[in-house]
Write a protein that binds this ligand. Structure first.
Ligand code: FYN
Ligand code: ADP
Length: 580
């Protein structure tokens, strides 16, 4: 029988082994949760971790477990742990590891692997694969441990690589033979490392702070752009002070929504296409000038064509020096951790900072108020069938009444409309498709958000997006998590109205089963399934879900003609020049 005891009881147990050392090394570093999927060779590791008091959350597919680990890392600043079996399980976890690295989320994918000597001679082992080599280009760092006495170092290196500097994904390869290696318990204990100061502060240089302040001070039309790096940094109070003391309007990237409440007077979110080209100095705080910001150039920024730079000057606060000048010139790079950079700026601002010119603030307010009024008018409508706006009007009210709830959001139109309609009130409450705009994060993020925070989770899902991780509703029910999944069901990808032009029996590639009853999936696992066709039904079901904290899935039926191709990024769809 498997010995589930842990090494702490040194008097009765003189030996320890790879299994126990991995668990001890994680626990020593304050890691108390593992997301994963048991199987050869890590089944006993999951059992022993649970026996040792860790929370072990088992998923139905590794990609979802890995997404869960990634977002747990974002929420806590501790690396989220995903544990998988070898080859296919490892590969299933890899997409989310790469996504975590792209998004700067700290996580460690730990995968069991097959016997080195057989893998390296390519002799055809069970699940043979050179996992370390495959992982390397897709993550920030990758390590393999061959000897039990090296487990402490391996885990310490993985933790440091994940959370220090720019956070990211780390791969830790643990061959099957390692787990059963026995060593003297005292030797084992001494080999473990409690990582001291895993994410050291990086203090910005004083001249860089002065350069940034100088630029900001003389701006006529300044703008602060808050990204998810600013949300990750957990410097919430100082960031708010910086915005409020300078009086500079700010624009949140989608996962920075709520860092200051979206209803804040200085939010320029509802005037996005006005402030980007209009600003003369833009300070980026934990946001990259990637595709989501049109690479800092082109018409979005007032450039005369798609490649031309606008007239802005940029200040960029980032922990990664290499981020500077990646797309356009950064006039004042401020390299350091956001907490240290923002507090240095605050110290330099003093108490007599002049607010930006009224002309700029008034022009923004005018545009913003116009957009808010248009939005309010649209939200007040109650069309039949329900559309994105009338359904999201309900979600907006539910989040307003429950600002601690976490909103998970994926899809195309379901993503874009939710981002602009549903206001967020607190930091790190909006978790979404991130830098890649990736589908499939929904249920993994939801499970982790509920497990890590204990708060209710509301997942607003396009019907297509839900399909990538839908089976995890069983996981949600199994752990009785307070997750309310709302599927915006319009019968297809983007819309449910496409037709097969050949007249053949197959439906169009973007069309799903019409009138699908996703709510019945939840019934199958003992959760609450609701079929909602009106805002009133949706509201009642969401209110009940949040107050009861019961796992709930609401099939919200949306007009199948609602939605546009790729939502607001239609322009990224290549078009054929050939006539159809
Ligand atoms: C925003 N807006 C509002 C509000 N908030 N109007 C009224 N009230 C409120 N509260 C306005 C805002 O000013 C914009 O109008 C518009 O709504 C959209 O705002 P958003 O969403 O901030 O801006 P936009 O242009 O969509 O942003 C570009 C983007 C974004 C690339 C950052 O589209 C994005 O994050 N996309 C991710 C897409 C994705 O990953 N999809 C998954 C793959 S889909 P104007 O100012 O008038 O422009 C596969 O097919
Ligand atoms: P968004 O998609 O919201 O624009 P990005 O993911 O593009 O945000 O950018 C986040 C940036 O924040 C990255 O360049 C990353 O290096 C940076 N970052 C992450 N954590 C910190 C931190 N603690 N201090 C400084 N910069 C950070």
């Amino acid at each position: 029988m498997t010995d589930l005891s842990v090494t702490t009881d040194a008097q009765t147990q003189e030996l320890t082994d790879g299994f126990h050392l991995v668990i001890d090394a994680l626990k020593l570093n304050g890691i108390d949760t593992i997301f994963g999927l048991p199987g050869i060779p890590i089944t006993d590791l999951t059992r022993m971790a649970q026996a040792a008091g860790m929370r072990v959350i088992s998923f139905r597919h590794e990609q979802n477990a890995s997404n869960a680990a990634a977002i747990a890392g974002f929420m806590t600043q501790k690396p989220g742990i995903c544990l998988t079996v070898s080859a296919p399980g490892f590969l299933n976890g890899l997409t989310a590891l790469a996504n975590a690295t792209t998004n700067c989320f700290p996580m460690i994918l730990i995968s069991g692997s097959s016997e080195r000597e057989i893998v390296d001679l390519q002799q055809g082992d069970y699940e043979e694969m050179d996992q370390l080599a495959i992982a390397k280009p897709l993550c920030k760092a990758a390590f393999r441990v061959l000897h039990a006495t090296d487990i402490g170092v391996g885990v310490a290196r993985a933790i440091r690589a994940a959370v220090s500097g720019r956070p990211g994904g780390v791969y830790l390869d643990l061959p099957a033979k390692l787990f059963a290696q026995s060593i003297d318990a005292e030797t084992g204990r001494k080999s473990l490392i409690k990582v001291v100061d895993p994410a050291p502060r990086q203090i910005p240089a004083q001249d860089a702070v002065q350069r940034a302040l100088e630029l900001l001070k003389h701006a006529k039309r300044p703008l602060i752009l808050l990204g998810k790096g600013a949300a990750y940094a957990q410097a919430d109070a100082d960031i708010r002070s910086l915005v409020e003391k300078t009086g500079i309007p700010y624009l949140p990237m989608s996962m920075a929504k709520g860092l200051l409440p979206d209803t804040h007077a200085q939010s320029a979110a509802a005037a996005r296409s006005f402030v980007l080209p209009g600003a003369d100095v833009v300070m980026l705080v934990g946001a990259r000038l990637n595709w989501l910001l049109s690479h800092g150039k082109g018409k979005t920024w007032g450039g005369k064509d798609q490649k031309a730079w606008g007239a802005q000057k940029f200040i960029q606060i980032d922990i990664s020096p290499q981020e500077m000048d990646s797309n356009v010139r950064i006039d004042a790079p401020l390299v350091g951790d956001i907490g240290s950079c923002v507090s240095a700026l605050l110290a330099g601002i003093g108490s007599d900072w002049a607010k930006p010119p009224a002309e700029w603030l008034d022009a923004i307010a005018e545009r913003k108020n116009k957009n808010l009024a248009n939005m309010a008018a649209t939200l007040a409508k109650n069309p039949t069938p329900m559309n994105y706006h009338s359904a999201l009007n309900v979600v907006r009210d539910i989040i307003k009444a429950n600002p601690d709830a976490i909103l998970v959001n994926e899809g195309a139109n379901a993503l874009d409309f939710t981002r602009s309609i549903v206001d967020m009130y607190k930091p790190r409450k909006r978790l979404d498709v991130g830098t890649w705009g990736v589908m499939g994060i929904g249920m993994g993020f939801s499970v982790a958000a509920a497990v890590v925070s204990g708060q209710p989770v509301i997942a607003i899902e396009g019907d297509s997006a839900f399909g990538f991780s839908g089976m995890e509703v069983e996981t949600i029910c199994r752990y009785n998590l307070p997750v309310c999944v709302v599927i915006f069901n319009n019968n297809g990808v983007y819309r449910g109205t496409d037709i097969n032009p050949t007249g053949g029996p197959d439906v169009a590639p973007t069309v799903f089963v019409k009138g699908a009853r996703y709510d019945k999936l939840m019934d199958a696992f003992g959760g609450v399934g609701v079929h909602a066709t009106t805002p009133a039904e949706l509201r009642k079901a969401m209110e009940q879900a949040v107050s009861s904290r019961k796992p709930t899935l609401i099939n919200a039926v949306i007009d199948e003609t609602a939605g546009t191709e790729s939502g607001r990024i239609t322009s990224l769809n290549p078009q054929s020049a050939r006539k159809k």
